[in-house]
Design a protein around this ligand. Structure first.
Ligand code: SF4
Length: 382
């Protein structure tokens, strides 16, 4: 058999082509060691790799970059992050979403600092044993920061591999197949650069809707391109429609401008984040649960927000807190030395929407009378 036809040689060719492209076209990212320095043996700081990979899950590079710089400015090392108060980390994470990631960062940082060497372990097996570090993140740190030949598979990589091998089995069922195929491509040399090259290719060339096959370094070897089905892959099993839930949010303002905020319970949606008191978020109309007795006024319109598993419509009620108001949860606060309107940056996106909705509509008349158990008004995206 001609050795150039063996599958392993073909896959080595693909890895080589991709790494050659990466050497020319790698994205310049603040957590990355560029390919010329990587080839010379320089490795990135595992803390930076970890932070960036956790932030990038479900989020774009553009959305993450500012957060990454702010985190590093406040907590330049894993020891600094481990020593940070939970509330400050949650506030700095506000707006990035999927708040369990921030809680897991703290868990992971504290476990690293408490470990024997107080440093990141350098293998997949030891990394995944740390609390708060899952298979994807462990593989990414092991490959990128320590040069281990681990296969890093995110949504971008799944898409590239599904197209390269024309895998028509739908996701998520195809995940095991795609992982095996991705592993078959991962080289022993420069596995970290290879992982980042796959991510870059998926983000910039093999994009979800319009793959740029004409400029793709893997184009001549791509089965989906040959078959003319690249834009149709990967096939995804349709998701069921998201259910609707509803709730009430209470915005209370004291005479000095401070707002009533509470830290949400650790477990559950937006766990550990700061927000306005709300009722539960339920399918049926919620039972009112104002944090103190006051003349609560229902504002016109509603706040709409979509979580992974449901759509939420919040009706906002607002009150001026009377002197001596004694809320049964949360407390009045404004950022130290800052005006109350500086607050939204430390709130998660849903609560920023509630804040903005309240102060945009506070002088308007409600479009329905304030009921004991307010019915939902027509949904309005805000
Ligand atoms: Fe993706 Fe097209 Fe490249 Fe195939 S040729 S990997 S479909 S960009």
């Amino acid at each position: 058999m001609d050795s150039s036809n063996r599958p392993q040689d073909k896959r080595a060719d693909l890895s080589g082509l991709l790494l050659g492209w990466y050497d020319r076209a790698a994205r310049d990212l603040p957590w990355r060691v560029p390919p010329d320095r990587s080839r010379a043996g320089e490795r990135p700081d595992p803390y930076r790799v970890w932070l960036s990979e956790v932030m990038l899950q479900q989020t774009t590079v553009a959305a993450v970059t500012g957060y990454f710089h702010r985190f590093l400015a406040r907590w330049p090392t894993v020891a600094d992050l481990a020593a940070a108060p939970d509330a400050e980390v949650m506030a700095e994470w506000a707006g990035l979403g999927y708040y369990a990631r921030a809680r897991n960062l703290l868990k992971g940082a504290r476990a690293v600092v408490a470990s024997e060497n107080a440093a990141f372990p350098d293998s997949y097996g030891a990394l995944i044993a740390l609390p708060g570090i899952g298979p994807y993140t462990a593989a990414a740190i092991a490959a990128i920061a320590f040069g281990r030949p681990e296969t890093v598979v995110d949504g971008n990589v799944e898409r590239v591999v599904a197209r390269l091998f024309a895998v028509t089995e739908p996701l998520p069922k195809a995940r095991t197949t795609l992982r095996c195929l991705a592993a078959s491509l991962t080289p022993d040399e420069r596995p970290g650069d290879f992982a980042q090259a796959m991510m870059d290719l998926g983000a910039t060339v093999c994009t979800p809707r319009k793959p740029a096959c004409m400029i793709c370094p893997l184009g001549p070897h791509c089965q989906a391109r040959t078959l003319g089905i690249a834009a149709d892959l990967p096939v995804k099993t349709p998701k069921p429609a998201k259910p609707e839930r509803q709730g009430l949010a209470y915005v209370a303002r004291r005479a000095d401008g401070a707002l009533l905020l509470e830290t949400r319970p650790e477990r559950g949606l937006l766990g550990g984040t700061l927000g306005f008191p709300t009722t539960g978020w339920t399918v049926e109309p919620p039972n009112p649960a104002p944090p103190f007795r006051a003349d609560w006024r229902q504002l016109p319109g509603t706040v709409r927000h979509t979580f992974t598993h449901f759509h939420l419509t919040l009706t906002v009620l607002m009150a001026e807190a009377p002197p001596g108001a004694n809320p049964d949860r949360g407390n009045f606060r404004a950022p130290a030395g800052a005006p109350a309107n500086a607050l939204p940056r430390s709130l998660p996106t849903l609560m920023r929407k509630v804040h903005d909705h309240a102060f945009r509509n506070e002088s308007l008349e409600p479009d329905v009378p304030p009921p004991d158990s307010p019915a939902m008004t027509g949904a309005t995206d805000t």
